[in-house]
Design a protein around this ligand. Structure first.
Ligand SMILES: *Cc1c(COP(=O)(O)O)cnc(C)c1O
Length: 398
C-alpha cells in the first residue's frame, strides 16, 4: 500500500497536524480509509459537509454543471451565480451578494467593505472590533482579525486597525469603541474558539450599540451558517439583524465557495473595488445553489432541531454518567463536550481508532459537527464510541 504519510513528509508544506488516517471515499456521514476501514465523520470538514459526503443532489448538480460550463470570466454574466445570489437574498435580510472561494476571502471582502464604508460614510473610521478566541481565517487581514498570536505573530507586521475584546461582553465592546471604529466583526457562536455560545441578550445589545454609534455589525457565519445551528443563518433566531454576513463552509457542502452579503445601505463597493477570478464560478455556484435549495425544500432547520435535541440528550446522558464530562455546550449541530482536564487529544485519537472522527477544538473540549443529515442510528453509534473512549482515556475522578 502506498505510504501517503511518508510522501507528505517529503513533498508537502506541513502547515498543520493531521490525524493518522488517509481518507479515500465518503458517503453520507461515513468515510473510508485506504485500508477499507469505515469511520463515522462527526468532524465534518469541519462543519463543511452540511449534506454529508457526496450527497446525490450535490453530485448531480456538479455533474450537470460540469458538462455545461465549468468556468467563465466574471467579465460576463453567468446564470448559476445569479440564481444563487437571488436565493440567498430571498432567504436573508440582505440585499446584495458577492462570491469568493473560501471563508477567509469572504472576510477579506467584509473587511474591505467596512474600511471603504468608514472612509466614505464615517470620516475615515477604519478600526474593526473583533473578539478574543475568534476565528476568521488565515490571510493576512483575516488572521489579524482572528487575533490568536500563535497564528499571526510569525507574519508581523500585521495590518493595523484590529481591536480584540472578550466575546459575550457588551461593556468591553463599548469601552473599545472609538470615533475610529467602523465595524464590529463577530461569529454568532464561536466555532474554532471552542464552540462558545453568547447570552441571548448579547447580540441585540451589540446591535443597539452599533446603531447608536453608527458602526457596521458584521457576522462571520462561515461556520454557523447554512443550518449548522438550526436556522438557515444563525442570526435568524438570535433577535437581531446584521449589516454584513460572510458564509463559506456549509454553503457548498464540500465544494469550495464563500460569500459576502450586505444590506443595501452599506454595499459601498463600486466597479473596480473588488474581484476574484474564480469567485462565484458556475461550477461552485451551481453546487451551492443545489445545497441551499435542498436545505430549504427539505426543511433542514426542523431536521437539525430534531436531531440536535436527540444528540444533546445523549451527550447529557454521558455527562451524568461520566464525571470526566463537565459540560455539553453549543447550538444546533455545532456542539462541544467539555472535559475535566486537557484530555481532548487522547479522546480524539481513541475515537479514531474505534471508527469515529471528532476534533479536539480545545485541549479540554471535543467538538462534534456531523452532517446535518445524520441519522438517529448514527448518533447512537457515535455517542457509544465516544463513551467508550472517554471511559478508557480519562481516569475516573470521583
Ligand atoms: C473556517 C472559518 C473561516 C475560514 O474559512 P476558510 O475557508 O478556511 O478560509 C473563517 N471564519 C470562520 C468562523 C470559520 O470557522
Amino acid at each position: 500500500m502506498t505510504d501517503w504519510k511518508e510522501i507528505e513528509s517529503r513533498v508537502f508544506m506541513t502547515t498543520g497536524r493531521r490525524m493518522p488516517v488517509v481518507v479515500v471515499r465518503g458517503e453520507g456521514t461515513r468515510v473510508w480509509d485506504d485500508a477499507g476501514k469505515a469511520y463515522l465523520d462527526f468532524f465534518g470538514g469541519p462543519a463543511v459537509h452540511s449534506l454529508g459526503h457526496c450527497h446525490p443532489v450535490l453530485v448531480k448538480a456538479i455533474e450537470e454543471q460540469a458538462r455545461t460550463l465549468i468556468h467563465v470570466s466574471n467579465a460576463v454574466y453567468s446564470v448559476p451565480q445569479l440564481q444563487l445570489a437571488e436565493l440567498l437574498v430571498a432567504n436573508s435580510c440582505f440585499d446584495r451578494v458577492y462570491f469568493s472561494n473560501s471563508g477567509a476571502e469572504a472576510n477579506e471582502a467584509a473587511i474591505k467593505l467596512a474600511r471603504k464604508w468608514g472612509k466614505e460614510r464615517k470620516e475615515g473610521a477604519f478600526e474593526i472590533i473583533c473578539a478574543v478566541d475568534a476565528f476568521h481565517g488565515r490571510t493576512l487581514a483575516s488572521v489579524t482579525a482572528t487575533g490568536t498570536e500563535r497564528y499571526s505573530a510569525p507574519f508581523a507586521p500585521l495590518p493595523p486597525g484590529f481591536v480584540h475584546v472578550p466575546f459575550n461582553d457588551i461593556e468591553a465592546l463599548q469601552q473599545a469603541t472609538t470615533p475610529q471604529t467602523c465595524a464590529v466583526l463577530l461569529e454568532p457562536v464561536q466555532g474554532e474558539g471552542g464552540v462558545n455560545v453568547p447570552n441571548p441578550s448579547y447580540f441585540p445589545a451589540v446591535r443597539e450599540w452599533c446603531n447608536a454609534m453608527n458602526i457596521l455589525l458584521m457576522v462571520d457565519e462561515v461556520q454557523t451558517g447554512m443550518c449548522r445551528t438550526g436556522p438557515l443563518f444563525a442570526y435568524q433566531d438570535m433577535d437581531f439583524e446584521p449589516d454584513v454576513m460572510t458564509l463559506a463552509k456549509g454553503l457548498g457542502s464540500g465544494v469550495p465557495i464563500g460569500a459576502i452579503l450586505a444590506k443595501e445601505e452599506c454595499s459601498v463597493f463600486t466597479p473596480g473595488d473588488h474581484g476574484s477570478t474564480y469567485g462565484g464560478n458556475p461550477l461552485a455556484t451551481a453546487a451551492a445553489f443545489a445545497v441551499t435549495k435542498y436545505m430549504l425544500d427539505a426543511d433542514m432547520p426542523a431536521q437539525v432541531e430534531r436531531i440536535a435535541a436527540y444528540l444533546v440528550e445523549k451527550l447529557e446522558g454521558l455527562r451524568r454518567r461520566l464525571p470526566a464530562v463537565t459540560e455539553v455546550r453549543g447550538k444546533g449541530l455545532l456542539i462541544a463536550v467539555g472535559l475535566a482536564g486537557d484530555h481532548a487529544e487522547k479522546v480524539v485519537m481513541d475515537c479514531l481508532a474505534n471508527g469515529l472522527i471528532v476534533n479536539n477544538v480545545r485541549p479540554n473540549a471535543v467538538r462534534l459537527a456531523p452532517p446535518l443529515v445524520v441519522s438517529h442510528a448514527e448518533v447512537d453509534e457515535a455517542v457509544s464510541i465516544l463513551e467508550g473512549s472517554l471511559s478508557r482515556v480519562i481516569p475516573s475522578i470521583v
